[in-house]
Structures are given as C-alpha cells and as structure tokens.
Design a protein around this ligand. Sequence first.
Ligand code: SF4
Length: 174
Amino acid sequence: MDRILVSACLLGRRVRYDGRAKTSDDALLTAWRSEGRLVSFCPEVAGGLPVPRPPAEIEAGAGGEAVLNGTARVLRPDGGDVTDMFLIGANAALTTARSFGVRMAILKEGSPSCGIFRIYDGSFEGRSVAGEGVTAALLTANGIQVFGEDDLGAAAAHLAHLEGTGEHRADTHP
Ligand code: SF4
C-alpha cells in the first residue's frame, strides 16, 4: 500500500504559524486516513520553529527552488532569517518520505514550505505569486509528486496509477 505524506495542518494538527490547524474534511483524505496511508508531517516544526511563530515568506517573489540553490532566503517580517530552519525541515520531510517509501504528497497551498502553485511574494502585504514552497520544491526535485489540498481528485488518479490500476487499464488495450 502506498503511503502519502500530508501537511500536518491539513490533518488537524495545530502547527501553523498562528497556532491553528487548517483541517481538511475532504472525503478522500478521510478514507486514506482510515486506510492508514497518511504520514503527517510539518516541515517548519521539524525544522525547529515554534508554534506559534512569526509568519515567513521567501524574499523577492522567489520560489522554493531558489532557496534550495542558495539564491533566496526565507525571512520573517522583522528581517529575521529562518532559511536554515526551512531547509532542515524540507530535508526532514524528504527523509521521512523515503523512510515510508512515499511517492506522493498532499501539501497545504500557499505556504512558504508546502505551497504547490502559489506562495506569498516576500512583501508581507498578502500578495501571492506563482511558485512552490521549499519542501514542495525539494520533494518534487526528488521525484515525489506533490498535490495541493484542492486537487485531491488528481491525487486519487495518481495513486491509482502508482498502485497499478492505470497500467492495468493501459495493458488491456491492444
Ligand atoms: Fe502546515 Fe506545512 Fe505550514 Fe506545517 S509548514 S503548518 S504542515 S503548511
């Protein structure tokens, strides 16, 4: 059975910067949870950041890939540099994923760690830009397919593919 790495805040863990969760009540997540598929993980907490904590954004509209290659930092509103914690957390997420044989993840959109398609632009003025968070970028770079919490239909299709349903269907065609 394929395991799925999931942002802990989507599973009701109160680990967000504001001390809250962002619980998803999606039926697919509920079903996968009851099957024992889900591996709950918060990269920011794993990186050593407290709950609650100041918000953080990747500077200058850059994305997680730029943080991974050392050309952008993750900053707090006061200018405090939390890049190292974000990198530690991303690497811990990858290590955990590998330890469970994880090939896909469901992550919280908009987060500087977990965002898939959208993150904030570093201005702390609520402006979002296209881009992915640090953990999402590292997982993607290591072959783990990531999905946002609003894209669980696509995640379910990918899971079916991983577990052979897709190949089986393809094999039935001449
Ligand atoms: Fe949720 Fe990811 Fe932020 Fe942790 S780092 S609170 S799992 S979005």
